[in-house]
Design a protein around this ligand. Structure first.
Ligand code: DX5
Ligand code: ZN
Length: 218
């Protein structure tokens, strides 16, 4: 089943629980949690305490995207009964295999992410160990940026590699998704779509979530 993971980075933090209830009502599958440290990316977002405040207030699972240096030191912080995925960046992990095993040892799905200019071959020796590959379609750090179209080719190649290699990971895409390009993105082979500003910066968050879901579900 293809999934929609709205990113709360673009939500109104003053009424976060309300915004999350709106995407839940619209049929969102996951809550995408964008954690930024001001080092790996040039912006600071929020940390585990904010995410933990949502635990129990929503039935949706968390899809944690760590855009941070030294991810190993913080993985446990993001463990809650609702955490389904924890994703770290290949560019930020010195011992990627160890970090992925660490995440899996906690009983959650492990994801690896790469920036738009990072080649797929950097993942050659980790694909069999991950549950998800997150392809960035903007340079990470900010919501509301323009989609980088060359990532579609990367999605297609990765889907092909998965097929020929007999791998099982899901493919997630993050950044610049809108109602106008979502069909093209999903057709390339995406399993989980992240959308932030295109959902939370609209008047009708529930209605927009439903529109995304309608296209993704096809
Ligand atoms: C970028 C984040 C994305 C971002 C997506 O650093 O990882 O999840 O919030 O936001 P939009 O959909 O607005 O590009
Ligand atoms: Zn993200």
């Amino acid at each position: 089943m293809r999934k929609l993971a709205p990113s709360i980075l673009s939500a109104d933090f003053g009424k976060l629980a309300e915004d999350v209830a709106a995407i839940e009502k619209g049929g969102a599958d996951l809550i995408h949690v964008d954690v930024m440290d001001g080092h790996f990316v040039p912006n600071i977002s929020f940390g585990a305490p904010v995410m933990k405040c949502l635990t129990g207030r929503t039935g949706l699972p968390f899809d944690v995207h760590l855009m941070i240096e030294n991810p190993d030191s913080y993985i446990e912080d993001f463990m809650t009964p609702q955490t389904e995925y924890i994703t770290i960046h290949e560019e930020a992990a010195t011992h990627l295999n160890r970090s992925i095993q660490h995440i899996r040892s906690l009983g959650v799905k492990a994801g690896v992410s790469i920036n738009p200019a990072t080649p797929l071959y950097t993942l050659d020796y980790i694909l069999e160990d991950v549950d998800m590959v997150l392809l960035m379609s903007v340079n990470p750090g900010f919501g509301g940026q323009k989609f980088i179209p060359s990532v579609l080719e990367k999605v297609r190649k990765l889907a092909e590699i998965r097929k020929t290699g007999g791998f099982n990971f899901e493919i997630e895409l993050d950044g610049g998704a809108t109602l106008d390009n979502v069909k093209e993105i999903m057709d390339a082979g995406v399993d989980i779509l992240v959308a932030g500003s295109a959902i939370f910066k609209t008047e009708d968050i529930t209605g927009t979530t439903m529109k995304f879901k309608e296209i993704i579900g096809r």
